[in-house]
Design a protein around this ligand. Sequence first.
Ligand SMILES: Nc1ncnc2c1ncn2[C@@H]1O[C@H](COP(=O)(O)OP(=O)(O)O)[C@@H](O)[C@H]1O
Ligand SMILES: [Mg+2]
Length: 215
Amino acid sequence: MKLKAENISMEYKDGEKTKKIIDGVDLCFEKNGINVLVGPSGSGKSTLLYMLAALRRPTGGKLVFNGKNIENDRLAERTRAEDFGFIFQRHFLIPYLTVMENVRLGSEDKADDKEIMSLLERLSIADLANKKPYQMSGGQCQRAAIARALIKKPEVIFADEPTAALDHENAENIYSLLRECSEESIVIIATHDTSLLSGDENIYRIVDRKVVREA
Ligand SMILES: Nc1ncnc2c1ncn2[C@@H]1O[C@H](COP(=O)(O)OP(=O)(O)O)[C@@H](O)[C@H]1O
Ligand SMILES: [Mg+2]
C-alpha cells in the first residue's frame, strides 16, 4: 500500500495573477500510522490534504496510489469511493437519517446491521444507533462521522481539522480513535492545533509552500 505525491503543486487564479499555494512537493506514505500536516492558517494544509485525497487535482505533478497514476476524475472518484475515508471539521451527517443509516450509506449499502453495530460499539456510540444528528452532541456526531468513514475499511483516512469544532475532552477522544485507526490504515490529518499530538506522529510542516519533515 502506497500513496505517493510526486512534485505536486497547486496554483489558484487570483484575478489576473496566479497564486502558488503548494510548490513542487514530494511525499510518500507507505506504512500505517498517523501523519500530520501542520502550519498556520492559510499555509495550504487543506489544499495539500485535498490533493493527496484526490479531491482536488494538482496543477502540477502527480498523485500515485498503489502504482496507479490518478490521472483522471473517474479514477479519482473510484479511488476515493473504494480506498479512502474522509473526516471533516463538520460532520456532514445526513440530518434526517439515524446514525445506523448514515453509516450504512457510508458503506454504499454493503455493510449489514451487525457489522455496523460492532463498529459503533468500538467507537462507544452503540447506544446512539437510532438517534439522528440533531439529538446528539458535537463530539457524538463526529464519532458517527468517523464510523461512517471507517465502515468501508479504507486504506487511507484523511481528516481536515477533525477536532476544530470540539472541546478539549472530545478532541482528545477523537485523537485517540484516530490513533487506533492508524493501526489498520494510513491516517493523514491536517491541523493547525498541535496541542493534541502525542509525539509519535510523523509531522510534515508547510513552510513557504514547501513541506518540511520533522523528526
Ligand atoms: N479554491 C480556492 N481558490 C483560491 N484560493 C484558495 C482556494 N482555496 C484556498 N485558497 C487559498 O490558498 C491558501 C491556503 O488555503 P488552505 O489550504 O485552506 O490553508 P489552511 O488549510 O492551511 O488554512 C489561502 O491563502 C487560501 O485563501
Ligand atoms: Mg484548512
